[in-house]
Design a binder for this molecule. Structure first.
Ligand SMILES: O=C(O)CCC(=O)C(=O)O
Ligand SMILES: [Fe+2]
Length: 288
């Protein structure tokens, strides 16, 4: 790991470190060990050699840009961003906003495959995020360097599901948060996928894997396009830690809950709120 000293920008600590990149074509047990280590250390890693053909990804990116280039009225025909639809600047239903527009899909079992109905009654979600460039007038007119401030596109949050797989074009903006409050910018790599642990996986591993907090910033010169697939269980799935992960030194942190219960709680909170906090055991309830 390359450790750099943090820089301070607008009162925030930025840290340039190399985040784990895992080659999925490697030997299986070695790949598993690297994934576990990355999930414990960061709740985040990139994968290369994932096997998804480049032309399919390029076609999706192209279609995404075509969609977002349409007029606002046209885009609104996709409907409101409920389980499927178009959203602009508003994120969720509790007043969170950002410089982002997005298209949300339910990966509908009917259109994907009849068969998936048998394994899920809560189709997982898929989301396209478009962060248009946000030009900002330079206050310092004498400055010869280009003005490149960043605005918040998607505010700080953790993903509620089990796992997120995200791919972006070659424009940066994604940052992940480390425990000490420092932010690590994720170098964009259109050939790789970013994988991050969500809240459910943190609960299922008794806090061993971290649901990483992250955000996306805009820049003043180029659009960022990201595609995220959120893997979630069926609504009635019971989220609980396997008994072997509970020990006297590491007692159960969360009470068991269903994904439906968790989703309901998440909808009532703001983007940046900690949802898992609502499901934490009281200290006197924590039994090994
Ligand atoms: O666009 C990005 O890089 C982050 C998007 C994100 O965090 C999300 O859609 O949950
Ligand atoms: Fe996210």
């Amino acid at each position: 790991m390359v450790v750099a000293s943090p820089t301070q920008i607008h009162g925030e600590k930025l840290l340039a470190i190399e985040l784990p990149v895992i080659d999925l074509s490697g030997e299986r047990s070695m790949v598993s060990n690297l994934i576990v280590k990355a999930c414990e250390e960061y709740g985040f890693f990139k994968v290369k050699n994932h096997g998804v053909p480049h032309d399919i990804i390029a076609k999706m990116e192209n279609e995404s840009f075509n969609f977002f280039a349409k007029t606002f009225d046209e885009k609104q025909k996709a409907g409101l961003a409920n389980s499927f639809g178009y959203g602009c600047k508003n994120i969720g239903f509790n007043g969170d906003t950002g410089e982002v527009e997005y298209l949300l899909f339910n990966t509908n079992p009917l259109s994907i495959a009849e068969r998936s109905k048998t394994i899920s009654n809560d189709p997982t979600e898929f989301r396209l995020n478009h962060y248009p460039p946000m030009p900002i007038l330079c206050k310092n007119k004498d400055s010869s360097s280009p003005c490149n401030h960043n605005k918040v596109g998607f505010g700080e949050h953790s993903d509620p599901q089990i796992l997120t797989i995200l791919r972006s074009n070659d424009v940066g903006g994604l940052q992940i948060s480390l425990n000490d409050g420092a932010w690590v910018p994720v170098t964009p790599d259109p050939t790789a996928f970013c994988v991050n642990v969500g809240d459910l996986l943190q609960a299922m591993t008794n806090g061993r894997f971290v649901s990483v907090r992250h955000k996306a910033l805009t820049n003043s010169y180029k659009s960022r396009m990201s595609m995220a697939y959120f893997a979630a269980p069926p609504l009635n799935a019971r989220i609980a830690v396997p008994p072997e992960m509970v020990t006297p030194i590491k007692p159960a942190l969360y009470r068991p809950f269903s994904w439906a219960e968790f989703k309901k709680a998440a909808f009532a909170l703001r983007l940046g709120d900690s949802r898992l906090g609502l499901f934490m055991m009281e200290v006197d309830e924590q039994v090994a």
